[in-house]
Design a protein around this ligand. Structure first.
Ligand SMILES: CC(C)(COP(=O)(O)OP(=O)(O)OC[C@H]1O[C@@H](n2cnc3c(N)ncnc32)[C@H](O)[C@@H]1OP(=O)(O)O)[C@@H](O)C(=O)NCCC(=O)NCCS
Length: 173
């Protein structure tokens, strides 16, 4: 059952997801992937992205260890955030933490506080699941996202390296 609250942002409604939201969320998540592709040469998106993301979101929705909050203007979804509760390898503490899966605000709606509001709603949801630590992966090239997550209280933590092996001699040492 979806819950909804009105925001001080005029005409924007914030609410939790329903199964019927999954097709539009998959399309917006695909737009997010294409946005990252436009700023990061390493990130490439499958031509099947929308279908694959619909299946992924359906999986998250069905298993109920995930939450998505949406920002809506009339019938239009203008932003969303998805988070999942993750069971970590037993050698690591804590046993469970939160992972922000995707966050996206449509270009015309950015910079108005929508992303912050969605993020706060998700962090509150994690807290209600007794989660005390939350992670997010973002590209170093995504400067706006880096500034956004830092503003939300996230600090850069691990670094994932990457190289292309197009020249085999590079790898032979
Ligand atoms: C990142 C994103 C979700 C932020 O949503 P938003 O609604 O624009 O964010 P807010 O208006 O709530 O901004 C909150 C704070 O984040 C920071 N911030 C947001 N956008 C920024 C930008 N382009 N440059 C620098 N700082 C930025 C600011 O500190 C801002 O606070 P301020 O307005 O008091 O200065 C949105 O820009 C987006 O969808 N970007 C494209 C997709 C993406 O990169 N998603 C994240 C993938 S990990």
């Amino acid at each position: 059952m979806a819950t909804a609250t009105h925001s001080p942002l005029k005409d924007v409604l914030f609410r939790s997801w329903t199964r019927g939201d999954i097709p539009i969320l998959a399309r917006m998540a695909r737009d997010l992937y294409h946005y990252i592709e436009s700023i990061d040469p390493v990130w490439r998106t499958s031509p099947m992205a929308e279908d694959l993301l619909r299946a992924h979101l359906t999986d998250l929705y069905t298993k109920r260890y995930a939450m998505t909050y949406l920002a809506c203007s009339g019938l239009d979804v203008v932003g969303f955030i998805t988070g999942t509760v993750v069971h970590r390898p037993p050698v690591l503490l804590p046993p469970r933490d939160g992972l922000v899966d995707n966050a996206y605000v449509r270009p015309d709606w950015r910079g108005k506080g929508i992303g912050s509001r969605l993020c706060r709603m998700l962090l509150d949801w994690f807290a209600r699941q007794e989660i005390r630590e939350v992670r997010i992966h973002y590209q170093v090239s995504n400067r706006a996202a880096a500034a956004f997550w830092q503003k939300m209280g996230f600090r850069p933590w691990t670094i994932e390296g990457h190289c292309f092996l197009s020249d085999p001699s590079r790898a032979s040492g």
